[in-house]
Design a protein around this ligand. Structure first.
Ligand code: GAF
Length: 395
């Protein structure tokens, strides 16, 4: 029932074979970048708060090579909506790149357009093991893998890791129309094996927290539902946070305390008040959770995860009945070794993250699986260790 993590070697082989078939040659450049699971700290990044993700062993890979002429050609092996799998566009030196169709290519085009160096024509194949639209950053992994791929095409270029994440974030804003924060691109660039990363989204600094306890594991459960609300609801949440911060006379909600919020309660409509309450309390929870994990206090960490979920469900209103059910079912198994569970990512579907004892995984998965089936949906499960950020690969 637990899905295996596809080995990098298998993904590479599939990508190289597809490249040969499409373009009749062997690739000589490859790069990969991971998806992420956020342990706690949701919808705080664009409020200059803390987030606490780890990079997944699920990755997106680009293989390819430079070609003559002015045309880039990219083929994807990713299972996506019914869109063409091959896209062609002119290098930015010849024609300004614009977002368009197919949608999957916008993440790549965006990074090519914003790349801080002159991109030559190239052929590439994309392959991924990151579930698409599952709330575990398939888009950021594609953007960051593209960036690392391009770095090898453009000689003598040195880009700071933070700038890399910022360029990819900008690509997502301008080419996918998603006004995301910095979390997903940051962790996809800077993730470290066996560590979660507490990111301060105000200073853009990270603190690595070791995550290697043989007896405790992270379970990612994909609800396999995606309510098509994220597109409109996410920007709306951002605006509400900005309104709340401005009303409190603060640059961002990071600067605001619960006391500030209470003192200004009557100046905010009740929905905006609740949005701000989520963000202010979530920022505190996240800092506290990183400390709890550092000292191995899983009980406290799990408790904070549950508070986070409840706040996302009731105050921020980005959960849905499927995610709530997955979390509730996991929490019913506390006596068996579940420390905590919550929705992860933007919400309205996607995944939950559960921290639990290794010995309990099989039973917990079995129980969630059978209960969830009654909704008419099927969940998928990954047991994940914290993994490395983006890197070049040998072809
Ligand atoms: C999405 C966004 F891309 C992130 O920046 C973050 O805001 C997240 O939703 C919610 O925490 O993944």
């Amino acid at each position: 029932m637990i899905s295996p993590i596809p080995p990098l070697k298998d993904l590479m082989e599939a990508a190289v074979a597809a490249f040969r078939e499409q373009f009749g040659d062997a690739p000589n450049i490859a790069a990969c970048a991971p998806g992420r699971v956020n342990l706690i700290g949701e919808h705080t990044d664009y409020n200059e708060g803390f987030v606490f993700p780890m990079a997944l062993p699920l990755v997106t890979i680009l293989v390819g090579r430079e070609r003559d002429g002015d045309i880039c050609r990219i083929f994807t092996l990713a299972e996506g909506p019914n869109e063409p799998k091959l896209v062609e566009f002119l290098v930015p030196k010849i024609q300004k790149l614009e977002p368009g169709s197919p949608k999957w290519a916008n993440y790549i085009k965006g990074v090519v357009a914003k790349f801080p160096g002159e991109v030559p024509a190239f052929d590439a194949v994309v392959v991924t093991s990151v579930p698409l639209g599952g709330g575990v950053s398939s888009s950021a992994s594609l953007e960051v893998a593209t960036f690392t791929f391009l770095e090898q095409l453009v000689p003598n270029l040195r880009v700071e890791q933070l700038n890399k994440a910022l360029v990819c974030q900008k690509a997502e804003h301008d080419f996918a129309g998603m006004p995301c924060g910095i979390m997903d691109q940051f962790i996809s660039v800077m993730g470290k094996t066996d560590h979660a990363l507490l990111i301060d989204c105000r200073s853009c600094e990270g603190r690595l927290v070791p995550m290697k306890d043989a007896g405790v594991v992270v379970l990612v459960t994909n609800s396999n539902v995606k309510h098509e609300l994220t597109g409109s609801e996410y920007p709306m949440r951002r605006r509400q946070c900005e309104t709340a911060a401005a009303t409190l006379g603060k640059k961002s909600l990071r600067e605001a305390s619960s006391a500030d919020l209470e003192a200004n309660k009557d100046k905010l409509d009740s929905e905006t008040y609740r949005r701000a309450r989520h963000v202010i309390t979530e920022i505190k929870r996240t800092e506290e959770a990183a400390d709890a994990l550092e000292r191995g206090d899983y009980k406290r960490f799990g408790h904070l995860m549950v508070e986070s979920h409840n706040s996302l469900r009731d105050d921020y209103e980005v959960s849905c009945k499927e995610l709530d059910m997955l979390v509730e079912t996991a929490l019913e198994m506390r006596d068996e070794g579940v420390f905590g569970s919550r929705m992860t990512g933007g919400g309205f579907g996607g995944c939950t993250v559960t921290l639990l004892k290794k010995e309990a995984v099989e039973r917990v998965v079995e129980c969630i699986n059978s209960r969830y089936q009654s909704t008419g949906n099927k969940a998928t499960f990954f047991v994940v260790g914290a993994s490395e950020g983006t890197r070049a690969l040998q072809c």
